[in-house]
Design a protein around this ligand. Sequence first.
Ligand SMILES: Nc1ncnc2c1ncn2[C@@H]1O[C@H](COP(=O)(O)OP(=O)(O)O)[C@@H](O)[C@H]1O
Ligand SMILES: [Mg+2]
Length: 329
Amino acid sequence: MPRTIETRVTEEDKKIETSLRPQTLSSYIGQSQIKEGVSIAIEAAKARGEALDHVLLYGPPGLGKTTLAGILSNEMGTHLKVTSGPAIEKSAEMAAILNSLQEGDLLFIDEIHRLNRQVEEVLYPAMEDFCIDVIIGKDSSSSSRSVRLPLPHFTLVGATTRAGLLTAPLRDRFGLIYKLEFYTVPELTQIIMASADKLEVTISLDGAKELARRSRGTPRLANRILKRVRDYAQVRYDGAITGEIAVEALDMMAVDRLGLDHVDRNILSTIIKKFDGGPVGLDTLAAATGEDPGTIEDVYEPYLVLNGFINRTPKGRVATDNAYRHMGL
Ligand SMILES: Nc1ncnc2c1ncn2[C@@H]1O[C@H](COP(=O)(O)OP(=O)(O)O)[C@@H](O)[C@H]1O
Ligand SMILES: [Mg+2]
């Protein structure tokens, strides 16, 4: 099975992503409701001379959470400090990071659902009252006591693919909570045209639309596919991407007509072949496909449901006629 295009992040993505990331809210395409909410919050915070409210961004990978965090810091004109849930193991490390912040700074914690409980508890007073509790003296000795230290007013931006896994006390401390949506074909077309411009690739509107249709609603995949097709157009043709060249290249790379990757296809064919089209429960489906249930639910299923390949019923997941047709079964 060719694994040419994957939904997950690859090393290859990381290299190009930095250069393709939009830097301003106006060059951030789509997600219009989020942009509207965010721009009001930014303007209000600036007018009051305060830090922006804490922001939680959630949704499948590759939809622009990290990009948006960078834009928030640019638009607010503050420093950006980046870390991630699994990178912080001890509460002292979290305290040290918070202590290093300056007034108004933006702290981005990626995969925030993976913070452990002790570390998370440091965040509660930090987010709510801008302070941390420090224990002075030996942990067990009777002379030890807790002291509150003030922190600068900062903004925490948390990102997660799994909003459902966040604890209530953490979730409740975010003033702004946004769910990122899959992008439409016209939006992805615009993103591809903008990226082609930055990469100095010539692409026709037809070519961009063809790539957009096969990008699984995801800008990260759109950029990855653009790079691959550019290489193909360079080697086989004069470098310019037309609609026809796009179709030829994508078919050769076995990119699904709708951009489904091998995991999407495995999920559909498992429901159809092993479970007679369903209904099949999430855990059973996960075991049969060798995927993690949470990953299926948060990363793969939303796109399959959005495109009418899977229905979620009380008894489990069911493959639609559309899924049978798409899989040629
Ligand atoms: N709204 C957008 N407009 C233009 N490009 C975008 C947008 N969202 C994401 N991208 C592109 O997709 C890539 C992946 O986005 P990223 O923010 O890393 O996703 P996430 O953090 O949600 O996994 C970025 O490098 C950027 O080039
Ligand atoms: Mg990210």
